[in-house]
Design a protein around this ligand. Structure first.
Ligand code: SAM
Ligand code: SF4
Length: 446
């Protein structure tokens, strides 16, 4: 019988993309995806960026043990940032865990899993960092895998900015850019398999090519080369660091039609004092100037961001600076988090920590403001013409035709009714926005 597997993924888009790759690779080797209770192999892909990640992993391990208790052969592969942190010490308390895959270890997973199926007493751990990005077999061909309309491509791994609050440099290691040709080959294969939109992924994509693994091509040049590939309609990227945002990259937004007019640009805080304590190496003036320059290059630009509230030493007036910059930037959306200590970071050792209630109270104020701005931004879209990339049928039933969900160039979910049988995933549908809902839009075809 073919071995069955189940993947549980926590955290960022990079983890989701890694899990997708592993699922496809295992499927190609004859494994079948199954519900948790029927899985012989459970892969737990973890994240350690925010609050209590280890406890989350331990409780997930408890749930897995419970769900698979009828199968003594069932085992767990622990992957991702928590795996990198805990390493092989997890083997002591958790007999079900037989494989540990740190950040640079995932590419070894398929062979390691085959070995563990053959050698029932073995346990393996891959937590060494490598000096360069470890390429994975492409395993995309138009025949065996029609790509989703919107695909993701890793362009680098790791980060060495050491922002004071952040654990990523410790769990993902130094930045390692992929060779330009490898990125282009993966994009080409996805486009040939039917993808229309590509999102490039990396912890700080603006620094692409600048590490020792780089091949001389910078990020703006990479964008130009990808934008020129046949079949590409939309190009996006996450995440950018404001300190590394080059003039060339600003210009690219005005010149490359495929580049979507939406940028996720993490701000983290609006106060210069807190930004300096965070080690972000830019101030609010620089951030706002970038936004102005990008809007000048591309007037329809919209911005989203990440914000941390309650960083050690944050006073009420610092927090007010965050509220005012959020209004000034008119973010279409933001992800906001209460600061939490991460082990081994500079902020963990800082004095003047805020108590939980103070952080939660600020978070609530920030989120109330953002909700107002987000809805105002959605309302501004009403009456505008747009193009939707259809993703799939929507759950909403309609007597007037088929209900579909697509995304506009800003990545906003848009619901639309199309004549029965006229749409399919990946279609680009010209549309006019008719109504703003709380987090989505309604449109009609034009
Ligand atoms: N590389 C990106 C950047 O430079 O912004 C994102 C890194 S992190 C995976 C995603 C977000 O988590 C950060 O932008 C930050 O807002 C949040 N974050 C990271 N560490 C945190 C911490 N210790 N407490 C609260 N939020 C945190
Ligand atoms: Fe973390 Fe800063 Fe690197 Fe982003 S740039 S991954 S926040 S250290």
């Amino acid at each position: 019988m073919r071995p069955s597997f189940h993947i549980m993924t926590f955290g960022c888009q990079m983890n989701v993309n890694d899990s997708d790759w592993l699922a496809r690779t295992l499927a190609q080797r004859g494994f079948v995806q199954s519900p948790l209770a029927e899985a012989e192999l459970v892969i737990l892909n973890t994240c350690s960026v925010r609050e209590k990640p280890e406890q989350k992993v331990y409780s997930a391990l408890g749930r897995i043990a419970q769900a698979t208790r009828h199968n003594p052969k069932a085992f767990v592969a622990l992957a991702g940032c928590v795996a990198q942190q805990i390493g092989e010490s997890i083997f002591d308390g958790y007999p079900q865990v037989r494989l540990v895959l740190g950040s640079d270890g995932l590419s070894f997973a398929p062979d390691a899993i085959e070995r563990l199926l053959a050698e029932r007493d073995a346990r393996l751990c891959f937590t060494d960092f490598s000096d360069s990005y470890i390429e994975r077999p492409l395993e995309i061909s138009p025949g065996d895998r029609p790509a989703k309309p919107a695909a993701f491509v890793n362009i680098m791994q790791g980060c060495d900015n050491f922002c004071a609050y952040c654990i990523v440099p410790l769990t993902r290691g130094k930045p390692k850019s992929r060779p330009t040709e490898a990125v282009l080959a993966e994009c080409r294969a996805l486009l040939e398999a039917g993808a229309k939109e590509i999102t490039l992924l990396g912890q700080n994509v603006n620094a692409f090519g600048e590490d020792t693994a780089g091949d001389g091509t910078g990020f703006a040049e990479l964008l130009r080369r990808i934008a020129a590939l046949p079949g590409l309609t939309r190009l996006r990227f996450v995440t950018s660091h404001p300190k590394d945002f080059s003039t060339e990259l600003i210009r690219a937004f005005g010149e490359l039609e495929a580049l979507c007019p939406r940028l996720h640009l993490p701000l983290q805080a609006g106060s210069d004092r807190i930004l300096a304590r965070m080690g972000r190496k830019y101030g609010r003036t620089h951030y706002l100037k970038l936004i102005r320059q990008l809007r000048a290059a591309r007037p329809d630009m919209a911005f989203s961001t990440d914000i941390i509230v309650g960083f050690p030493g944050e006073r009420e007036e610092d927090f007010q600076d965050t509220l005012t910059i959020v209004e000034e930037a008119h973010f279409m959306s933001s992800f906001s988090f209460c600061y939490s200590d991460r082990p081994g970071t500079a902020a963990e050792r800082m004095p003047d920590k805020l108590d939980t209630n103070a952080k939660l109270e600020r978070l609530a104020r920030l989120q109330a403001l953002q909700e107002k701005l987000s809805f105002a931004w959605l309302q501004e879209r009403v009456g505008n013409d747009s193009v939707l990339l259809l993703e799939g049928p929507s759950r909403k039933a309609s007597s007037k035709g088929e209900a579909w969900q697509g995304r506009d160039p800003y990545g906003v979910p848009v619901n639309i009714i199309l004549p029965a049988g006229s749409g399919k995933p990946g279609d680009l549908v010209p549309a006019r926005v008719t109504e703003a809902k709380k987090h989505s839009l309604l449109a009609v075809a034009v």
